[in-house]
Design a binder for this molecule. Structure first.
Ligand SMILES: *Cc1c(COP(=O)(O)O)cnc(C)c1O
Length: 411
């Protein structure tokens, strides 16, 4: 492989991009002394979120995870209940199900959008017809097969909790993600498409659910002159300081999406001719927010790669490569890529949890992994895919260098 010069400044996977107004709203919170979980910034960001998404109500919370936690409670999940969950995702999607003592049942992924496979979901309802809640993610900002999944959930009277943490601004048939479920979540974590440094929101069209979320997130105080409690509460409200940052970011959401889209298109063009594909989406029905650009190596071009629980090995093969080889090559020039989210059914903590594929099978019965073998789609995408540096401050010149490094891995 030829030597390529390291970047002086690290090119990140996805880092915060500030614009100036954020600090003005933070300063305003300070100057007016609303250094609290009450204040104008909070009211304003809730309004902005409703305007952008078309959701009737938005409740600003401390994080996307706390929003998911309250969503799971709103959905009525009880200890011991089984809950169907997207399998290939960040652990935060599933943690709130565990907080409630429920049992995540993992639904395999499809190849068209890298999200929950409706066929596997249908199988799961055959096996567990009693399940009443489905937690659905739109991975990397790409909307999943929403119509198919909604139809199945309606048929089984199941509630949808939509995890739109990565997909704020993405649309499906012209409608924003975060508005398809009964209770929906977005995140303003530092690496998301817009950020408050942290923060999240619960979106819903139900006034009752929004009111409950406000009450639960502020320690479940009853309407009484003293601290009166009838339900367990949480300290989950967003800070007015954080809300100031989010408030300054919201007007730049579409600009960030346009930058991310340009990055995706540039990779797509630059990687042409290699035995790879970009992460796919349904171009007829959906417009992603392009939060992260990802690629997947075609099965026939996969060099040998072995991943243990903590480490990995790969071989250099002519004309072939592997995600770990490419990630190492990217890291060597001071840029940040990342493996695909390791599917939940492959995680040690969930090794005993059910996992349903489109054939109704659970985990593969042997350790033999064949690239492109679709019996466990999540495992296959994890093995062959990776997330590319997708920072919206990356210059086209820097991106060209990254593309060159990827190309050199296949020499
Ligand atoms: C970031 C993320 C979350 C959690 O959001 P936080 O604000 O970090 O708590 C949940 N689900 C997915 C898919 C995410 O990417």
């Amino acid at each position: 492989m030829k030597e390529i010069k390291k970047f002086d400044q690290k090119v990140w996977l996805a880092s915060p991009t500030m614009h100036g107004d954020e600090i003005k709203f933070v300063q305003e919170a300070y100057d007016t002394n609303w250094m609290s979980t009450v204040g104008a910034n909070i009211n304003e960001v809730e309004k902005l979120a409703c305007e952008k998404t078309g959701s009737k109500y938005a409740v600003a919370l401390a994080s996307g995870t706390s929003a998911l936690h309250l969503a799971v409670r709103l959905a009525g999940v009880k200890p011991g209940d089984k809950v169907f969950c997207s399998d290939m995702t960040f652990a935060a999607t599933v943690n709130p199900v565990m907080y409630e003592g429920a049992i995540p049942v993992f639904i395999d992924t499809e190849y068209d959008t890298w999200n929950m496979d409706p066929k596997a979901l249908e199988k799961a309802f055959e096996i567990y017809p009693e399940v009443k809640v489905v937690v659905l993610v739109h991975l990397y900002g790409v909307p999943g097969k929403i119509d198919e999944i909604k139809k199945i959930c309606d048929k089984h009277n199941a509630i949808i909790v939509e995890d739109a943490a990565e997909s704020l601004g993405a649309t499906y048939k012209g409608k924003q993600t975060g508005t398809f479920g009964n209770y929906n979540c977005i995140s303003f974590n530092g690496n998301k498409i817009i950020t408050g440094s942290s923060g999240g929101m619960l979106l819903t069209d139900s006034l009752e659910a929004a009111n409950k979320t406000r009450k639960w997130s502020t320690q479940s105080r009853e309407n009484a002159p003293w601290y009166q409690h009838e339900e367990v509460g949480f300290n989950y409200r967003m800070s007015n300081v954080i809300a100031g940052v989010v408030r300054g970011q919201f007007p730049h959401l579409d600009e960030h999406i346009a930058q991310k889209k340009a990055i995706y298109e540039r990779y797509k063009e630059g990687l042409k001719g290699l035995p790879v594909e970009m992460n796919p989406f349904d171009s007829k029905n959906s417009e992603p927010n392009y939060w992260l650009s990802c690629m997947i190596i075609k099965p026939e071009a996969m060099a040998k790669q072995v991943r243990g629980e903590q480490d990995y090995l790969y071989e250099k093969e002519k004309g072939k490569s592997s995600p770990q080889e490419i990630l190492d090559a990217i890291a060597a020039i001071n840029a940040e890529g990342r493996p695909i989210w390791k599917p939940m059914h492959m995680q040690p903590i969930y090794r005993m949890n059910p996992f349903i594929t489109k054939n109704g099978n659970g985990r593969a019965q042997t350790n033999a992994y064949i690239a492109g073998d679709s019996c466990d789609v999540g495992m296959d995408i994890f093995n062959r895919g990776l997330c590319l540096p997708s920072d919206n401050k990356m210059t086209p010149e820097q991106q060209d260098v990254i593309i060159e490094v990827i190309r050199s891995c296949f020499e």
